[in-house]
Design a protein around this ligand. Structure first.
Ligand code: J9T
Length: 247
């Protein structure tokens, strides 16, 4: 899968993508990520990428021309992308579902928004969609672009070593994860749930399912509405809700 990230801070993006699982997938040729310096697509001597807003007001707005030219450069040198994403806090929130959809597109351009905003013609006529990574403002879209690249890339077959771990991930299953433990079985007086040491696989699976349901109900109850729950799951959740009423 190909990604082209357009930014005024290329170093902010290049560093992180060369590390970890994404870095390994790039080295192995499974991912092809290019980072483009927006200033390379300006035409003036000072390489200006922003300007004051029409109508007045504080802050600067990113100019349309360098962004349009950067995407034209990507099209000419890398092929026509399946999508052009603009990162913005004023956008629908990026979720696991978006990551699954985007990984099917094979080639994505991500435009990192900066400053107080981006000329709206970029949003309307250049981007195919806008995404926010959560309800907070960042100083720039670079971290958002990295989040999107990472979440999409790990769904590309082969990028994560174990396909099974991807399928079992929290949002792929629709439930939060169950608690995990590793050696030692006793650490500074803290034990681990005995069932995990029992070797009884059916019991372990049942315990994990129940822990995942309880945790989801406690921390993210709205996820239970979209999760696929069997009759035993429902009965357990009802039990938890009844216990809650008693307290
Ligand atoms: C400047 O960009 C942002 O502040 C941004 C981008 C994407 N998601 C956010 N939550 C913020």
């Amino acid at each position: 899968m190909k990604f082209d990230v357009v930014t005024i801070f290329p170093g902010m993006v290049t560093g992180p993508i060369t590390e970890g699982i994404v870095g390994r997938a790039i080295a192995r040729g499974m991912l092809d990520v290019r980072v483009h310096d927006l200033r390379d697509h300006t035409t003036d001597r000072h390489r200006v990428v922003d300007d004051t807003p029409f109508g007045g007001g504080p802050g600067m707005v990113m100019k349309p021309e360098p962004l349009f030219r950067a995407v034209e450069h990507v099209r000419a040198t890398r092929g026509v992308p399946g999508g052009v994403i603009l990162t913005s806090p004023d956008a629908p929130r990026f979720t696991h579902r978006d990551a699954l959809r985007l990984c099917g597109l094979d080639h994505l351009v991500i435009l990192c928004g900066r400053y107080e905003g981006v000329d709206d013609r970029v949003r309307r006529h250049l981007a195919t969609e806008e995404l926010s990574i959560g309800d907070y403002v960042l100083s720039g879209g670079e971290l958002a672009a990295l989040v999107i690249v990472d979440a999409v890339a790990r769904l590309v077959p082969g990028v994560v070593g174990h396909d099974e771990s991807v399928a079992r991930d929290t949002f792929a299953r629709g439930l939060l994860d169950f608690p995990q433990y590793t050696r030692p079985a006793e650490f500074r007086g803290m034990g681990v749930p005995p069932v995990l040491l029992s070797g009884h696989h059916a019991e372990i699976e049942r315990w994990r399912r129940r822990e995942a349901l309880a945790r989801t109900l406690e921390r993210r109850p709205e996820l239970l509405e979209g999760a696929e729950l069997g009759p035993a799951d429902r009965a357990f959740v009802d039990e938890l809700l009844q216990q809650r009423e008693k307290h």
